[in-house]
Design a protein around this ligand. Structure first.
Ligand code: SF4
Ligand code: SF4
Length: 210
C-alpha cells in the first residue's frame, strides 16, 4: 500500500485526536503487522489493521475515514490482544467510525451498515433477532432483492427461519440498554489529550455505526 500523501491531504492534528478518542498511543506502533496477522477478516479489508494505524499516524484523514475496513472490522479485539505495544486498534476503528458518522460520510460498504441497522432494529423491538423480519428490512433498504435466495430458502425449509416473530419476556431491560447506549446524547468530539494523558474515550456510538 502506498502511504505517500501530499501536504494538502494531511491533517496534522488527526493522529493526536484519534489517539485521544481511542485512548491509545498510536506513536508506539512500529508496524510489526502482528495485528494484521491475527485479524480474522483481514482478507476482506482494503486497508489492513497495521496500515490503518499508519494512515492515521500520517494524518491521511480521508483515506482512513473512507476505507472499507471500518465496515469490515468485527470488533473482535484480536489485534489489540496481540499488539506488543498495547495499541488498541479496535478502539481506533471505533473512533474512526464515529468520526466518519460525525462528518456524515457515506460508508464504503453501505450494505454492511444496512445489515447492522436491520439487526439492531429487531433487537430493539423484540429483544432478539427475528430473522425473517430482518431479511425483509434489509432487502427493502438495499433493494438487493434476489441475492441469497437459494441459501435463504434452504434455511427456511430446515426450520432456521420462523414465519412468526418471538420476543423475550423482559423487553424493558433491552430498552434500558438502548437508552443508555445508542439513544444517549453523543459525547463531544475529541479535542486532544486530557491531563492524565489518556484523553476522552470514544463515546456516542450510534445505531449502525459501521
Ligand atoms: S501489532 Fe501493534 S505495533 Fe504491531 S503493527 Fe499492529 S498496532 Fe502496530
Ligand atoms: S478488532 Fe477488527 S481489526 Fe482487530 S482483529 Fe478484530 S476484526 Fe481485525
Amino acid at each position: 500500500m502506498e502511504f505517500a500523501g501530499t501536504s494538502a491531504e494531511q491533517d496534522p492534528g488527526f493522529a493526536a485526536r484519534m489517539g485521544t478518542a481511542a485512548s491509545t498511543d498510536l506513536s508506539r506502533c512500529y508496524q510489526c503487522m502482528t495485528c494484521t496477522l491475527g485479524c480474522p477478516v483481514a482478507r476482506h479489508m482494503d486497508v489492513l489493521p497495521h496500515q490503518l494505524v499508519r494512515l492515521v499516524q500520517l494524518g491521511l484523514r480521508d483515506r482512513a475515514l473512507s476505507c472499507r475496513t471500518l465496515q469490515v472490522c468485527v470488533s473482535c479485539e484480536t489485534c489489540t490482544s496481540r499488539c506488543p505495544n498495547d495499541i488498541h486498534v479496535d478502539r481506533l476503528v471505533d473512533a474512526l467510525r464515529i468520526e466518519a458518522l460525525r462528518e456524515n460520510r457515506p460508508p464504503a460498504m453501505p450494505e454492511i451498515r444496512a445489515f447492522h441497522k436491520a439487526f439492531l432494529s429487531g433487537i430493539r423491538a423484540r429483544g432478539k433477532v427475528y430473522e425473517m423480519g430482518m431479511i425483509v428490512r434489509l432487502k427493502l433498504s438495499t433493494l438487493n432483492l434476489f441475492s441469497d435466495m437459494v441459501s435463504g430458502t434452504r434455511m427456511f425449509f430446515k426450520g432456521k427461519m420462523k414465519l412468526l416473530p418471538h420476543g423475550i419476556r423482559n423487553k424493558d431491560e433491552v430498552r434500558r440498554i438502548f437508552a443508555e447506549t445508542l439513544d444517549r446524547k453523543p459525547d463531544p468530539p475529541p479535542t486532544g489529550p486530557t491531563p492524565d494523558g489518556k484523553g476522552n474515550a470514544p463515546g456516542g456510538t450510534r445505531e449502525g455505526s459501521r
